[in-house]
Write a protein that binds this ligand. Structure first.
Ligand code: ZN
Length: 344
């Protein structure tokens, strides 16, 4: 089993100062992977800069020029939550290019599957707007490149970041070749992701939103993975699976109110890996999105690599959430989503 990983120090140069999405996130992940000896089990994939043509598959050219211009002027705040430094444009080109390379490497058979440890993250970035710490939509760009360059017809994107990937949803809302499935806390930032958002025109049904109540943990996530994501993926028959892997649903993460453990993330990844093995020769590409508690983030990323590598012992020193929330009842929600998407 050859598992690729994309990383480059350029990603640390997207300097956000005192901001939850900062370079320490990747530093914590990389040092944990090195300390635990995991890096030696992986195949490094060198990222490249995405071209303007590639970015333009998802973004407005004027928007791309605007981001380049802000970097040339030394950076600054693009909106209330997203900030850039002088190197952020280059880092963002390499983040998008990193996920493109990971996807190419998996499709070409250089590796069986891959994880792209990139920043800035991408899933909130829309056609012409930076949002939620994201500049360019890495996963959406890599997906469009795979559709265009390899003549793929069905790509599944699973987004388990705690926030709804509004940018990714919008990029494929009318595209029947991409099934976008998101689990997210709801109601919550960015406000989108209700069960009624299901895709438009011939792409009706190819957006599946699973908006979960605050307090959802391993049990609830695994329930929706098994009851909704698995049958939807089997029905769609993807040729490739991309994952927007955000780890901010961890109970120790301070940006959201979910209760997932490292063990829970490992089980979710195991289900996705099972789908990949069954449906598309194991062709999986994970791309890092959120995750802001450094200990939980590093442990969860390592658990993801372990599962994809086939290592069975998952280390979860943080364990289960210390405070026992009353488990939310999600049975009616699951029933409703199954009805909407005819997954009965
Ligand atoms: Zn997030």
């Amino acid at each position: 089993m050859k598992v690729g990983f994309v990383y480059d120090p350029i990603y640390l140069k997207h300097d956000t100062g005192q901001h939850p999405e900062n370079a320490k996130r990747l530093e914590a992940i990389i040092s944990h992977l090195e300390r635990t000896g995991l890096t030696q089990q992986l195949t490094p994939i060198r990222p490249r800069a995405a071209s303007i043509e590639e970015l333009s598959l998802v973004h407005d050219e004027q928007y791309i020029s605007h981001i380049r211009g802000v970097a040339q002027k030394g950076g600054g705040w693009l909106n209330v939550d997203t900030v850039m430094s002088s190197n952020s444009y280059e880092a963002a080109l390499y983040a998008a290019g990193g996920v493109i390379r990971a996807t190419e490497a998996v499709i070409n058979g250089e590796v069986d599957s891959a994880l792209a440890l990139v920043r800035p993250p991408g899933h909130h970035a829309t056609y012409e707007q930076a949002m939620g710490f994201c500049l360019f939509n890495n996963v959406a760009i890599a997906t469009k490149c795979a559709l265009a360059n390899y003549k793929l017809e069905r790509i599944l994107i699973v987004d388990f970041d705690v926030h709804h990937g509004n940018g990714t949803q919008a990029a494929f809302y009318d595209n029947p070749h991409v099934l976008y499935i998101s689990t997210h806390e709801y109601p919550f930032y960015p406000g989108t992701g209700s069960i009624e958002e299901t895709g438009s025109g011939t792409a009706g049904g190819t957006t599946i939103n699973i908006p979960l109540p605050a307090g959802s943990g391993d049990t609830e996530y695994l329930e929706v993975f098994e009851q909704i994501i698995v049958p939807a993926a089997i029905r769609f028959k993807p040729q490739l699976i991309l994952v927007s892997a955000g780890y901010d649903a961890h109970w120790a993460d301070e940006l959201a109110l979910m209760q997932v453990s490292v063990t829970g993330f490992a089980q979710m990844v195991k289900i996705i890996k099972g789908l990949g093995d069954e449906l598309c020769d194991g062709r999986l590409v994970f791309s890092l999105e959120g995750g802001y508690n450094l200990t939980a983030l590093a442990a969860s990323v390592k658990a993801t690599f372990d599962i994809v590598l086939g290592n069975t012992a998952i280390e979860d020193r943080l364990g289960q959430p210390p405070r026992s929330f009353k488990a939310p009842s999600i049975a009616p929600l699951i029933k409703k989503i199954k009805e909407i998407h005819k997954l009965v």
